[in-house]
Design a protein around this ligand. Structure first.
Ligand SMILES: Nc1ncnc2c1ncn2[C@@H]1O[C@H](COP(=O)(O)OP(=O)(O)OP(=O)(O)O)[C@@H](O)[C@H]1O
Length: 351
């Protein structure tokens, strides 16, 4: 597949050092903790930041390096930000016509293109409104229509739902899923639902660099960092491989499902879903299951269940019913035994 975007660049002041190639039509979710470099990556591609070293290429053409620089308005990049930046003095139609006009498309054709995009984003009846007369969700749709009317090589979305009322996000997510189909996209998000519905690939950034990169199914089935494990909602434990089905966690051994790729003596990872863990006051008699001793660190409601975090040398979160928490009379600092069946423990090689 043709390359749509290559970023191989550093930015000295921000500790940013990323190598990334995105194929045409690929939809990439960029995730990572605060300060990881997600916005910096978008700014580099959009052109509001220049690399200290390395380069950015769009469709095989270098658009930025320490010696070249194509300004944002000359790049075919649509940038949909958290809070849409529409021209306040232009109506919706004129806002969306702006891109095609700036590219030299004749007025009548630009108008037709803008109307078509606005209709496709469900804004056909808003054409004569000013941005100040739009709801947040409507403004975000118009911002998307404006970006797409530009015939972009790449669409950048920076947490497009973050500033919106939760009631409008499902419909906007559906719209994006439909409209972004086949378009090269970078989506910055903190939501797993956005990742699984809108992306084919996950790139995880931490401290200005790529720490995980792969298809959504693979990265979410085998998260390699604590951030990814939290995003996917599973526990991640690290240890030394003892055998294809056993990991030494330092204080105790953990038995899981056999994995051919594990190499004894090397680093390995285990993932366990919080609802596969039960907590007990003492180790259940005669149970062949994994039993990890630890103390309760936190107890917090998570929807209909209660999340209990236990320090077993590493952090482990169990999902319990409120009744189970009450019955065990759990409170922070209490000693407990976390029990999990080997069939509920997935083992992965460390990276
Ligand atoms: N305008 C700026 N000037 C200097 N450094 C900056 C600037 N903006 C961000 N940084 C630094 O660059 C690094 C990456 O920040 P960036 O905003 O790209 O992170 P992010 O992953 O988008 O975080 P968030 O999830 O909080 O938006 C951080 O160390 C940050 O402090």
């Amino acid at each position: 597949m043709a390359e749509a975007l290559t970023v191989s660049a550093t930015i000295a002041g921000r500790g940013f050092d990323v190598d990334l190639t995105i194929a045409e039509g690929e939809r990439v979710a960029v995730v990572g903790p605060n300060g990881a470099g997600k916005s910096t990556l978008l700014q580099l591609v959009a052109g509001s930041l220049r690399p200290t070293s390395g380069s950015v290429a769009l469709g095989g053409r270098e658009v930025a390096s320490p010696t070249t620089y194509l300004p944002p308005h000359r790049r075919r990049v649509a940038y949909v930000e958290q809070r849409p930046l529409l021209f306040p003095h232009l109506d919706v139609l004129e806002n969306v016509m702006f891109g095609p006009l700036a590219r030299g498309v004749k007025r009548q054709a630009a108008r037709a293109r803008a109307v078509a995009e606005l209709e496709a984003t469900g804004c056909g009846d808003l054409v004569h409104r000013r941005p100040a007369q739009l709801s947040g969700g409507q403004a975000q749709r118009v911002s998307l229509a404006r970006g797409l009317a530009f015939d972009p090589d790449v669409v950048l979305l920076d947490e497009p739902f973050a500033a919106l009322d939760a009631s409008v996000t499902p419909e906007l997510r559906r719209l994006l899923r439909h409209r972004l189909h086949g378009l090269t996209t970078i989506l910055v998000t903190h939501e797993l639902l956005d990742v699984v519905t809108l992306a084919d690939r996950i790139v995880a950034l931490e401290d200005g660099g790529v720490v995980a990169d792969g298809p959504v199914e693979r990265v979410s089935a085998s998260p390699s960092t604590q951030f990814l494990a939290d995003l996917v909602g599973v526990n991640l434990l690290g240890g030394t491989v003892v055998a294809g089905n056993r990991l030494d966690l330092g204080v105790v051994e953990l038995t899981g499902l056999y994995n051919d790729d594990l190499v004894p003596g090397h680093h390995g990872r285990a993932t366990v879903a919080p609802d596969a863990i039960s907590l007990h006051r003492s180790r259940p008699e005669g149970s062949p299951r994994n039993a990890l001793r630890g103390s309760v660190v936190a107890i917090e409601p998570r929807g209909p269940v209660v999340g209990v975090t236990v320090d077993v040398g590493q952090r482990l979160r169990a999902s319990l019913t409120p009744a189970a928490v009450a019955e065990l009379e759990l409170s922070p600092g209490e000693e407990v035994v976390a029990v999990v069946k080997a069939t509920q423990v997935r083992l992965h090689p460390g990276d």
